[in-house]
Structures are given as structure tokens and as C-alpha cells.
Design a protein around this ligand. Structure first.
Ligand code: GTP
Ligand code: MG
Length: 199
């Protein structure tokens, strides 16, 4: 599936611009700069499909990618949350967009919540996990940028995140550890994505 046709569909700055809910969707959520867009590129094996940047706040709208032709499912790349440097109004707008999409999207099969391997779960992550629990949206935690930490530190953060995940009813009990840079964990992520859309 990931070696077949994949294309950018559209950007939705507001909920009214979402694509027709005709096929299953999965979403990538996480703090600004955690590596959402990079992981979508690694997952699909296409550099430059999702726009990435060193500057937090790169992705500002919900971006949809069509997988398969004929269409099989869609991936949604979301703006980051917890980006303190953006103007408060903009942060608020993103928060509403993210929350409304995650809570209300019928075709959303699973959300992948990305956590930076260097930082673990922050308060803003915790808020999103609680929101997903309440909305009963199934999600899976994915650790990113594993190449940036030493093995011992990674193991320690993994243990903490795992313990935290177990407290959340809507969270998958296991983690996926990835590095888009080193292409680590990408096959496992692909299987998890196909499992989410039941292929
Ligand atoms: P926003 O759209 O701003 O919320 O960010 P994002 O979560 O989409 O992050 P993005 O993919 O744009 O990556 C942010 C920065 O982290 C970029 O400079 C990437 O090159 C870098 N990055 C992403 N993944 C990895 C990784 O696995 N390893 C390393 N070392 N750097 C990474
Ligand atoms: Mg992005």
C-alpha cells in the first residue's frame, strides 16, 4: 500500500473545509516540532510530501493525504499544540481546530499521538490524552526522534511513558519507538496504521 499511489489532497484551515468523510482516516497529533510531518514522510517513503521545518508551527492547518488509487484511506497531518511562541489567538484557533476534529470525526479510526523521546509526556500532552479518553477516540503513543537520545535515557523515558499510557483507557497499551531520521520503527508504524484502518 505504501509503495502505491499517495498524494496530497487538501489543507483545511477550518472544519467546514474537511474532505467528505467517505473513507477511514488516521491522524498524527503532537506538540509543535515533535516530528509529525517528518514521520508521515518516513511512513509513506516520500520526502517532501508533508512540509517539515526546524521552526515550530510549520503545519498550520489540517492537511490530508490520500493513500491508494482507488482511495483506501486518508492520513491527517495536524498543527502542533503547545506552541507558546505563536500569538494567543492563533494558538486558540489551532486548539479548537484540533479538538473539534479529533472529537467529532466519525471516520477517524485512530490517532497517533507523538511524544518527543527527549522530553516524554508534558502537561499539554496529558491534556490531549485526557480529551481523547473522554471522546473515546482510540489512540496510540509513538515516540519520535529516538536517534537524539542515548539508549539508557530512551529506556527510562519509555518506561515512564508506558506507565502513563496504562492509566489511559483509550490508549493502546504499547508504544512505538521511531526515528524518521534513521528510519527506525517505520515498519512497525506501517503495520499499526494498516491495523487501524483494518487492512
Ligand atoms: P509542526 O508542524 O511545526 O507542529 O512540527 P512537526 O511536528 O510536523 O515537526 P517536523 O516534522 O516539521 O519536524 C521538526 C524538526 O524536527 C525538523 O527540523 C525535522 O527535521 C526534525 N526531526 C523530525 N523527526 C526527526 C527524527 O526522527 N530525528 C531527528 N534527529 N530530527 C527529526
Ligand atoms: Mg508539521
Amino acid at each position: 500500500i505504501f509503495s502505491g499511489p499517495i498524494s496530497f489532497l487538501k489543507s483545511a484551515p477550518q472544519l467546514q473545509f474537511l474532505p467528505e468523510p467517505t473513507v477511514p482516516e488516521i491522524a498524527f497529533a503532537g506538540r509543535s516540532n515533535v516530528g509529525k510531518s517528518s514521520l508521515i514522510n518516513a511512513l509513506t517513503g516520500r520526502n517532501g510530501l508533508a512540509r517539515t521545518s526546524n521552526t515550530p508551527g510549520r503545519t498550520q492547518e489540517l492537511n490530508f493525504f490520500d493513500i491508494g488509487d482507488p482511495l483506501i484511506f486518508r492520513i491527517c497531518d495536524m498543527p502542533g499544540y503547545g506552541f507558546a511562541k505563536a500569538p494567543p489567538k492563533v494558538v486558540q484557533k489551532w486548539r479548537y481546530l484540533i479538538n473539534d476534529y479529533l472529537r467529532g470525526r466519525q471516520v477517524l479510526k485512530r490517532t497517533f499521538v507523538l511524544i518527543d523521546s527527549r522530553h516524554g509526556i508534558k502537561n499539554t500532552d496529558e491534556d490531549v490524552l485526557e480529551m481523547l479518553d473522554k471522546a473515546a477516540v482510540s489512540y496510540r503513543i509513538v515516540m519520535t526522534k529516538a536517534d537524539k537520545v542515548k539508549t539508557a535515557a530512551l529506556e527510562a523515558t519509555k518506561a515512564k511513558v508506558l506507565a502513563e499510557a496504562k492509566k489511559h483507557p483509550a490508549a493502546h497499551p504499547d508504544l512505538i519507538v521511531t526515528s524518521s531520521e534513521k528510519k527506525q520503527g517505520i515498519d512497525e508504524l506501517r503495520m499499526a496504521v494498516l491495523d487501524a484502518v483494518q487492512i
